[in-house]
Structures are given as C-alpha cells and as structure tokens.
Ligand binder design. Structure first.
Ligand code: ADP
Ligand code: MG
Length: 637
C-alpha cells in the first residue's frame, strides 16, 4: 500500500469509528435525548473526514465545466440525503464509496507491480571496472556505448553488448518467457535482461541503456495500454453520455414526478411534504446506484492485466486494440523459412557443377556475405571458413530472388533461385530432389546448384492443431520457395492451404485477397513472419506477428505482436490469452450493466433504498475488479 492509500485507509477507519455510535444513536439502539441540530453536526464530522476530497473534486469539476463525473454524482446524492434528514445513509454512502476507491487503487497498483515483477528485466545497476581493478556500481544509463562492463554470476546483463572475456551460460527466461540456457563466450552477443548463471563475463556494450533490448521491451509494454481497444473507447464515450442522462433522469424523478403527483393526486400521500420527501429520496438513491465506476475501471484494468500476462510469456502485444484483434483472428498466413521451419539449412548436395564443389560453395558464401537471410547464414556455415569480405564488391540482394556480387574485382556471381537465373539470362538445370535449390551462375554461365534442406520446427505440427482448437479456420503458408518444398511442408504440418513461388510483393497481394474474403465478417487476418523481408506483409495484415524477435529490431518495429522466441505454439497461446481477456471484458460489461439497470429501476420504483444502492454499487465494483485481475493469470505452455 502506498502513502496515499494508507492516508485514505486511516480516514476511512477514523470516520467508521465515529460513525458507529452515531448510527446506533440515530437508529434508537442507544437511547439518548439529543437535539436534531447537534445530531446533524455530529454526523457531519465523519462525513467530512472521509468525503472532503470527493466534495472538492466535484467542485473542481464544476469549475472546469466538466461536472458530470462520479464525484459529482456522489456529492449531490449524499448532500441530498442529508437535506432529507437521512444522515446515517448519507455518511454510509460516502464511507463505502471510499472503501471502493481504496480497493480499486490497490488493485490497479497491485496489477502494475505484478506486471513489472512478471517482466523482471529492468536492470538496476551496471558494474564497471575501476582503475585498481575493483568493481564499481553505476546507474546503467551512465554507461557509454563501447564501455566494458562486468557481469557476475547471478546478475542481470544491464546493457546489450558483445562478450570480450569469460565463458558462461545466460538464461533468457525474462525475455522469452521460457527458461532456456544459452552458452556464451568471447564474441557472443548478449542482450540486456538475460541473467548470467555461471561465469564472470566482461562485455563491451554496443548500445546505450535506453536503446538496449530490456528498455525497449519495457517501453513497449508500458505504452501498450495507451493504444485503446474499441471496448475501451466505447466505455469512455458511453460514460460521457451516460452520466448526464442519469443526472437528468434523477432531476425528472426528484422534481417532475412530485409535481405531477401534486396536481393529479397520484399515489396515496398524506401531505405535499411527503410527496417531495419520497421522490427526492428516490432521486438520490438513483444517483448513488448510477455511479459507473465499476465498468469504467474494470475494462482498462482487464486489458492492462491481459497485456501484462501475455508479456510475461514472451508475447509482446503493442496495444489493447491489437489484443482485441488477436482474439478475432480466423485466418493466419505464415511465412515458411524461420517461421514454420527452422531456417537452419543443411547442404544436402552440390549438383551439375563443372568445377569442384568447394569452389561453388566459396563463391556462394562470398556473394552472400552481407545478407541476413537464413539461406545466406546457412551457406556461410556450410562453407565453414572465414569469409574475406574485402574480396566482394557490388553486392546486390534482390528480395525473393537471391544475390549478385562481383568477386575478386572481376568474377560476376549470381546466387539464388531459378527466377534469378532467368533474370540474368542463364537457363537453370532443374533438380529432382526435394529441397530448396540455390543455383549459382558465374560470369553468365550456369555453374550448378546447391541443394539445401531445412527442418521443421519441433512444435510446428502441434501449433497448427492448437490454432485450429483456438478457433482459427484457415492456415495458409506463403513462401518464395518452390512448389515441391512448399507442398511437402504443408502436408507434414497439416496446413489448410499454401502458395509457393511468391515474391515479397506477391505475399502482400495474397494477404489482401484474404482480407477481402473476410471483409465485413468481423473475422481478422494475421500474418506471421520472422521480419526478414516480410515487413510489408506484417504491416498489411490486420495484425502482424513477428516471431523469434529477440535481438531483431526490424521485426520489433514492423509487427503489432512480437513473439520473443520462435516457438510457433506461442501464436495459439497469444490468441487464447486475448480471447480470455476479451471474454472477461464482456462478462464485466454485461454483469455490471445488468445489476446497474435492475437497481436503477428498483430505486426509481422506491423498492431499493439507499442501503441496497450503495451495497450494490461497491459490491459490483469489487467483483468486476477481481474478475478483471484474472486476465493477469495465464496458462503456461
Ligand atoms: P520464404 O517465403 O521461405 O521466407 P523468401 O521470400 O525469403 O522465402 O525467399 C524466397 C526464395 O528466394 C528462396 O527460397 C530462395 O530461393 C530465394 N532467395 C531469397 N533470398 C536469397 C538469398 N539471400 N540467397 C539465395 N537465395 C535467396
Ligand atoms: Mg522469409
């Protein structure tokens, strides 16, 4: 509990202690002869102790010409009750209203803390080595790029960097939501938020603290709640209309109805004063019930908790609006390489080469040396030797085709698919094995092809089945690879459809077709990719999901949902979290509105008195907030 909450608690307790004897006195349980004016003055004390800030805020609201808020409702309702001589009720309303406020602010604070605990990645300090070799603790944001920092076993890596000395394993759990150890040694990249488990590491920082992974992720999660979901926008619009309507209805109830009763003799009232008393009291009760805080607070809280719960699983959703969209995804388009398959190609063979294999691999590895495409990385790994980048000039990477480059200043090399060969005017030789075929042309002559094969990710098949269970109707793979590879992958993982031979721009067209198919149905289309050459598709789909984003800024920028690790099961988990969250939001809207409307009617009919009103109001709010907090708890996979 923070200071403000403690202060409110003390005020509530003090007011309650004063209130109880007064209540017993007023109800005649304690018999004493007390002057009505004195009783009034005595009740005023607890009323003001617990409610002065509500009155103050209501006055401020009127001053700012925005009077219609819950403070205003509470103020006129309680003052009205006092004027009508209902002292115990009036003070009770104020007291319970404040109990509700306290509970609310405690719950919000608690879920905020929970989220930062769940995402336990904020580094508190960095160690730098002093002149005498002793370690010095400094604020992480004081460390300049290129400094050497020391991370001891058990400590969090505070800033992104490259290991210069030491060997250890780092745990990525806080970033990916999955406890996984990664071995690091000299030259390995480490990211802030990882936890060093065994050896001492000396790290040269490659970014400033604010630009480091941990800071970026925290920013993203903290700002996510500011992008409002439709449900939230609806609620704030609704509150803007609702409160004035309620106030005018209360006015009608408290003024119009008694006037009508007076002139028509409706209702068997003994006197005119009785008519006014009865209806004014009903109007006050009506106002107490009408307070919309349960809905107004529980909806944003649900989304906030949902975003936090997802974040703790390594699923970063960039806004409540995306959480809402994710719940409605019925069609998913997937990239193949790096999304469904591992993107770790192994060379299965080199065919039709007039020169030796080694030479072809060397040319390929050289030409690819600037590309970050999984194919490039695999070819370089297969080549196995260090690539001398100075031998390579005029590199041109053509997305969806391959690369062209000049080697040793004179040899023109093209490495890519059959489309690239035709573009360069070379007739490729077809390969009859199943696998991705990388053709190589040297100086305009066909020089053979490298057959590379990829593996499915461990959970790809299971992930597709889980998605269907989560309500996804259509799973389409979009790939630039050849038909043969695409069909075998599609069959193995159980996709509903696939398209092969697509250029990055064609993928956009296909996604647009899918969007059109679903237009007006409320069903949403998602695209899942790894962020390498598919940023335009990520942006075009209703919702773009980037996976394996740990350490890839491009993917984090382009996508709406970022999966920190590359497990495809995370997609269905994300969808389930958002569905649960949305379900809870709807539950809360329906539940609170039903109780409210029922109580409003009972209040207007004079059946529900002020006691019922306030209990209904606080009770509903507490239940709604507790329900909202359920969003924070997500099933692990
Ligand atoms: P995917 O849809 O599987 O992610 P891409 O659109 O990234 O595939 O690439 C499609 C095809 O283009 C690859 O299968 C490959 O034949 C060719 N290609 C793309 N980039 C490269 C590269 N850097 N080197 C060689 N071939 C490439
Ligand atoms: Mg790709």
């Amino acid at each position: 509990m923070n200071k403000k909450q403690k202060k409110l608690l003390i005020r509530i307790l003090a007011a309650a202690v004063l209130y109880i004897p007064l209540f017993l006195l007023a109800e005649g349980v304690i018999e004493a002869d007390i002057h009505p004016a004195l009783l009034f003055a005595l009740f005023l004390v607890p009323y003001l102790i617990c409610g002065y800030d509500v009155l103050w805020k209501a006055i401020q609201g009127i001053k700012n010409r925005k009077p219609f808020d819950e403070h205003f409702l509470m103020t006129i309702a309680t003052i009205g009750a006092i004027v009508l001589g209902q002292y115990p009720e009036s003070v009770a309303v104020m007291l319970l209203y404040q109990v509700g406020e306290l509970f609310q602010s405690y719950a919000v604070g608690k879920s905020r803390r929970n989220i930062s605990e769940l995402m336990d990645i904020r580094p508190d300090y960095a160690n730098i080595e002093g002149d005498g070799g002793q370690l010095e603790r400094v604020e992480p944001d004081e460390v300049e790029t290129g400094s050497i920092i020391v991370v001891q076993p058990g400590e969090k890596v505070p800033i992104d960097g490259i290991v210069v000395e030491g060997n250890s394993s780092v745990n990525t759990a806080a970033l990916t939501g999955e406890s996984m150890l990664r071995d690091v040694g000299p030259d390995s990249e480490v990211l802030s938020g990882m936890i060093n488990t065994s050896g001492v590491l000396k790290i040269r920082t490659t970014a400033e603290f604010e630009e480091s992974t941990a800071s970026k992720i925290l920013d993203l999660v903290e700002n996510a709640a500011s992008r409002k979901a439709n449900a939230e926008n609806f609620i704030s619009k609704f509150a803007r209309v609702y409160t004035p309507v309620v106030v005018y209805s209360a006015l009608a109830l408290g003024i119009l109805v008694p006037v009508v009763c007076m002139f028509t003799g409706l209702g068997n009232y003994a006197s005119v004063a009785d008519i006014w008393r009865d209806w004014l009291l009903r109007a006050c009760t009506f106002l107490v019930i009408s307070c919309p805080c349960a809905v107004v607070i529980s909806i944003p809280l649900s989304f906030f908790a949902g975003l936090g719960g997802a974040g703790s699983q390594g699923i970063l959703i960039k806004g409540s609006n995306y959480l809402e969209l994710l719940a409605k995804v019925k069609t998913i388009a997937f990239d193949k390489t790096g999304t469904i398959t591992k993107g770790n190609f192994a060379v299965a063979g080199v065919h039709h080469s007039p020169v030796e294999e080694e030479k072809i691999l060397e040319y390929a590895a050289l030409a690819e040396c600037h590309s970050s495409h999984p194919i490039s990385l695999s070819l370089q790994k297969a080549y196995g030797k260090n690539v001398d980048q100075t031998r390579v000039t005029e590199v041109k990477e053509i997305s969806g085709y391959g690369v062209e480059a000049v080697i040793d200043g004179s040899v023109h090399v093209a490495v890519g698919n059959d489309r690239l060969m035709r573009r360069t005017g070379v007739e490729p030789v077809a390969c009859h094995h199943i696998g991705t075929v990388i053709h190589v042309a040297v100086d305009g002559q066909y020089a053979g092809h490298i057959l590379i094969t990829d593996e499915l990710k461990e959970h790809s098949r299971e992930a597709m089945a889980e998605l269907k269970k989560a309500g996804v109707e259509k799973e389409v793979m979009l790939t630039g690879d050849i038909e043969k590879v695409a069909s075998s992958v599609a069959e193995e993982v159980g996709l509903t459809d696939y398209r092969a031979g697509l250029l990055p721009a064609d993928k956009v067209t296909v996604v647009e077709e899918l969007l059109k198919e679903n237009e007006g149905t409320g069903k949403k289309v998602a695209f899942v990719g790894d962020g390498i050459n598919d940023a335009p598709v990520l942006a075009r789909a209703d919702i773009g999901i980037a996976m394996g984003a740990l350490g890839s800024d491009a993917a984090i920028e382009a996508a709406d949902v970022v999966l920190m690790n590359d497990d495809p099961l995370k997609i269905s988990q994300g969808i389930r979290i958002s569905q649960k969250c949305l379900h809870i939001v709807h539950q809360n809207i329906v539940f609170t509105m039903t109780v409210k409307i029922a109580c409003l009617i009972l209040g207007a009919l004079g059946i529900a008195n002020m006691w019922v009103a306030i209990l209904a109001d606080v009770g509903v709010m507490i239940l709604a907030v507790l329900n909202a907090i359920r969003c924070l708890f997500v099933k692990k996979i």
